[in-house]
Design a protein around this ligand. Structure first.
Ligand code: ZN
Length: 187
């Protein structure tokens, strides 16, 4: 996995693309949270579940089906808010959760991602995997290996995410200005 921070950064970039004009603060918190949820499957290691099992690491919780399920449940819990439609919130949460598996499939270690679980437990990697796999467990993260992981995540995740966020902020800002000037003309 890339680190929790990197999953949250990617989710934030997705959130910027999907967001309507203004969103409540919890919009960002929800995206960052759901992007980390798939890795809760590492708890299974303590209960004798093997990496390659259905419920193993990068298994069911990393699937497209799970992303839809989690996004659906969280959307139901937060539905009915004025500032964001349920459909848009679902789209964001689905993409934020699914991005986790996509990024994992771009790492250079571990087993692949069971995108089609529970229907198929086949594990997939993308042909392009530049992201250094992150050690499981925070203890091992603070090491030379951890630094190399952060460097590769900064290059392949943080920079593209920041670029997407900046471009969307510019586009939205420009859109607002055009809308405002139109309003001014019509007024
Ligand atoms: Zn993962």
């Amino acid at each position: 996995m890339p680190s929790v921070i990197s999953h949250a950064i990617a989710a934030t970039a997705i959130g910027k693309v999907v967001q309507p004009q203004s969103v409540p603060w919890w919009y960002w918190a929800l995206g960052a949270t759901v992007s980390a949820v798939p890795d809760l499957d590492v708890i299974g290691f303590h209960f004798g579940i093997h990496y390659g099992d259905l419920m193993g690491h990068r298994g069911f919780t990393h699937s497209i089906f799970f992303a839809a399920l989690l996004a659906g449940l969280v959307t139901i819990a937060f539905a009915g808010h004025d500032q964001i439609s349920s459909r848009r919130l679902f789209s964001y949460l689905f993409l934020a959760t699914a991005s986790h598996g996509v990024l994992d499939a771009m790492t250079n270690g571990g087993l692949g991602v069971a995108f089609f679980s529970p229907f198929s437990n086949t594990r997939y990697f993308f042909p392009f995997h530049p992201i250094q796999v992150s050690p499981i467990g925070a203890g091992r993260f603070f090491s030379a290996k951890g630094l190399a992981v952060l460097q590769s995540e900064a290059l392949w995740l943080w920079l593209p995410s920041a670029a997407i966020f900046a471009v969307m902020a510019l586009v939205r800002g420009g859109g607002n200005r055009i809308q405002n000037s139109n309003t001014a003309i019509h007024d």
